[in-house]
Each structure stands twice: as C-alpha cells, then as structure tokens.
Design a protein around this ligand. Structure first.
Ligand code: SF4
Length: 490
C-alpha cells in the first residue's frame, strides 16, 4: 500500500532505489556517462553555482565571529578524534546511559539487519502511517523502499526531502537535498501533487508544505529520525535542524525510532558547545541551526509530550572496517556538514546525482569505496582535482585530499584492469630513471601536436571534454635551469 492509499500524500511516487543499489559493476560506467552529460549542461552548472553563492558569504561572516576559527577546528577535531579512537569504551557507556533513560538500543551489523530491525519495530507498533525527518543513514540503508515494499507509507517531513520524494529522486546533496530545483518547479510539483495554486513566493511554498504536513504528524504512529551526535556521558541523542520537523517527528508519534552510525558518539555534553556551532557555520553558514534538541528517552510518568517508546538503531555497515585502518580512521570524524561538497570544483561541475552514492562529493568519494567495495567504487577517488579545497573547508580537519590519494594508491594495487596495472608499472619504471623520464618527456612534446591532430580512438573519450595544451618548447627542468641566477648554477 502506498502513502497515497493511506491518505497521507497525494500521488506520492514510490521512493526510488538509490543509484548505488544498481549493479555495482555499472557504477563507473554510469559515473563517466553522467559526468560528461552534466559537464556539458552549462545551465545546470550555472544554477548550482548561483545556489551556492550566498553560502560562501554567510559562512565567512560566521567564521569571522569565532575568536579563532582555526583553534575551534582543532577543538572540534580533538573531540571527534578522542571519541572515535575510544569507541570501544564510549559506545557501551552511551548505551548504558540511554537505556537508563528508558530507551532501547538495537545493534545492526549491516544495512540488511538494520532494515529488518526497523521493520520488526514498525510491525510491533502496528503502524499505519510513518513520518520521517532527514536522515542520511536511512538513505544509506534504503529504508523507505524497504518500508514501502512491506506496505507502509512513509512521508519525508524535511521540506527539501519532501520535494525530492515528490520528484521521485534521491537527495542531490546530503545537506541541501533539492538545491538543484527551481522555485517554479516546486510550485508546479505542489500543484500537481497537492492541488495548490501556482506561486513564486518561497514563504507561500513553505506554508503549503507546512499545512500539508501538520496533519501527518498527528496521524503517524511511528516517527523516524537520524542523530547528529550521541552523548556518552548523558545517553542523549542530539538532533540539529532548521525546520522543527524533526522535533515533531520525534515527539508526536507513539514510537520514535532513531538511526545512527556508531561513529556519531562524543564523550561529553560540552563537546556540543563547539561541534554544534561549527556544524552550522561550515554546513549552512549559520551561527547555529534553528532547532538543537537533546532527546533523552521516551515520555516519563507525568510528562505531557513525547513518544511512548524510543528506539535507537546503531549501524556499523563497514564502519568498524574503516576504524580498523589507522590510515582511514579519521574519515569517521565527519559530522556531515557538507562543506567539502560546497567548495569542490568537481561537485559544482558534475552535480550530486552523478556520484550515484548516498554521500556525494569529496567525503562520499572517500568513504563509499569502504562502505560498498573498492573494486566497484574506486573511480570516485579519481573524481577530484586534489586542489585541497575540501581539506581546507572541513571543520573537523579531515585531510580529505590525502584520503583520496590513499584510495587511489589502494585502487592501483588492486586494479583489476591489466592495462591499468601495466601503465602504473611503466610509469614507476620511467619515473625512477631521470634520463628515461627526460627522454619520455621529449618524445611526448613532439608527439603532442600529432595526438591533437589525429585524436586516436584510445584517447577519444578522454579528449571529448578536454583540450590538450600546446607543447612547451623545453622541458620543465631545462626552463628551471635557464631561470636560475648565474651565480646559483653549478
Ligand atoms: S568531511 Fe568534513 S567538510 Fe566534508 S562533510 Fe564531513 S565534516 Fe563536513
């Protein structure tokens, strides 16, 4: 039964399976195809740049309000480093405190187990309707599709996610899910699905969604949310948002189910004093998001609000494999602010859908090969110019550019393509012998005009969106030597 059948949403299309649920072996082919298409679409690129233009100014304004932004980055990084490196100690501490507050914890090894647990909870609650706030972990496990396949209607209560649900698309950006959609398109969408009159006013569009949603919070039996942080010392779940929809999703239905990766734990409540403003500043350019709520278990005797039951599904899904790798471990520090996407020249050119993953952009390119398999997703580590803008933007100091390099190295070691392996070996052989490197450079300088003219079939795809530069007359070494002051020469 769809959401529409349950009278929750008009013509609600079924939730699309995320692109990453397609056969993994097609992931690279699809990426290359879509990247080429989006790069050619100058209108799309201009729109995305315009959509992000206001973000930079707001972010810089808020950064300037910190007494010392770099020190704040150190503090945020330390809080996450200290927690991620002591997960074995802090997770049990969090669980004990959360259960003492009346909540119930469920451990999920992978996406399949998480879906099974949640379906059992929903069945046990005899749910007729489910409302959900923004939760990328639920996207990671393809929860909506599983619930719908079992006959449950799920409505996204975050405005951006709601729009994407109506469009039948996954989120375009994990913080700004519908940043690629124009106002007029949203008006048409609401007209088609909710029967509202056309409007160009953002306020009116928001009010339409709000009016539609209010009734659904009251009707829903189960509310599903994510979690931004899990506080070990108090057993509380911290959720940060801008619309108040997560609060209603958690508070009004009888049963609240939160889903979180195991890496979201922090030790102290005080850690949020730095992490919450950094998340808001880096993510959306706000001093703080509008609603920051701590959830400590279900409704207690004498309390007027809150769910009767509160469950937390703690998801591993390969996070412990990342944890076991000292080189990659700090990618678990990510607080999903989205700043690395906003500054990434590749993201701004190829857009969010091209990645075909739950987590797009630089951090998605780092973690997806670990979450879903290096062999099929290693192409993502090449989706970077290695300019380092992501590393500079990250509020918790994850060296994303280096992680991408590590992934490239690992991919080269395990490359299934014999030609690629041969190419790497040849390059190493040449690069280790300066005389051969010089000879190769000279040969390439002569061959370059020929390659430009002939466009051999092997390079045709590569050259479709690139211009080869004009060949320099001399090698870099020769130019360098020539430019040294005379007295400095040997
Ligand atoms: S890697 Fe850093 S910048 Fe990117 S989303 Fe995570 S915390 Fe934000």
């Amino acid at each position: 039964m769809s959401g529409y059948d349950r009278g929750m949403i008009v013509n609600h299309p079924p939730t699309p399976a995320a692109a990453e649920s397609q056969p993994p072996r097609l992931a690279k082919k699809r990426f290359l195809h879509d990247a080429a298409e989006y790069v050619r679409d100058t209108g799309h690129r201009a729109f995305v740049r315009k959509a992000l233009s206001g973000y930079y100014a707001s972010r810089d304004l808020q950064k300037a309000r910190f007494r010392n932004w770099e020190h704040a980055r150190d503090a945020a990084s330390l809080a996450k480093w200290s927690a991620v490196n002591r997960l074995d100690e802090l997770l049990p501490r969090f669980v004990a405190a959360f259960e003492a507050n009346g909540g119930q914890v469920h451990w999920a090894r992978d996406a399949e187990e998480a879906r099974r647990i949640i379906l059992e909870l929903v069945r046990a609650a005899r749910a007729k309707a489910i409302i959900k706030s923004k939760c990328m972990t639920s996207e990671e496990i393809h929860l909506n599709a599983a619930l719908e396949a079992d006959g449950y209607g799920v409505v996204e209560s975050d405005l951006g996610e709601f729009i994407q649900q109506l469009r039948g698309e996954p989120p375009y950006h994990f913080v700004f899910p519908c940043m690629h959609v124009r106002r007029g398109e949203i008006s048409d969408l609401f007209g088609k699905h909710l029967g509202t009159a056309p409007t160009d006013s953002p306020e009116e569009l928001t009010m339409i969604a709000r009016r539609h949603m209010r009734r659904l919070y009251v009707d829903a039996d189960v509310g599903i949310t994510g979690a931004n942080f899990l506080v070990a010392e108090t057993g509380q779940i911290s959720i940060t948002e801008n619309e108040g929809n997560a609060r209603l999703t958690a508070a009004l239905p009888r049963v609240h189910i939160a889903i979180s990766g195991i890496e979201k734990v922090v030790e102290h409540l005080d850690d949020l004093a730095v992490l919450l403003p950094m998340l808001a500043t880096a993510g959306t350019g706000q001093p703080m998001t509008c609603y920051n709520t701590l959830y400590a278990g279900p409704r207690r005797a004498g309390e007027a609000d809150g769910p009767e039951e509160m469950h937390l599904v703690l998801l591993d899904n390969s996070r412990t494999a990342i944890l076991a790798d000292p080189e990659q471990r700090d990618s678990l520090h990510c607080i999903r602010c989205g700043a690395c996407l906003n500054v990434c020249p590749i993201f701004k050119n190829v857009g969010g859908f091209t990645y075909g993953t739950t987590y797009q952009g630089p951090i998605g390119s780092v973690i997806t090969p670990h979450l879903r398999g290096l062999a099929d997703w290693n192409h993502l580590s090449a989706a970077s110019s290695l300019c380092g803008a992501c590393t500079d933007a990250c509020p918790v100091r994850i060296d994303i550019a280096h992680h991408l390099l590590h992934n490239r190295r690992n991919a080269a070691r395990t490359a299934p393509n014999a030609w690629e392996r041969l190419g790497h070996r040849l390059f190493v052989m040449v690069a280790r012998r300066p005389w051969l490197f010089g000879l190769g450079g000279a040969a390439f300088r002569y061959a370059l005009p020929l390659l430009k003219a002939l466009r051999p079939p092997l390079l045709r795809d590569w050259l479709a969106s690139r211009d080869l530069p004009a060949a320099p007359r001399q090698s870099f070494r020769r130019q360098w030597d020539r430019r040294q002051p005379r007295e400095g020469r040997a």
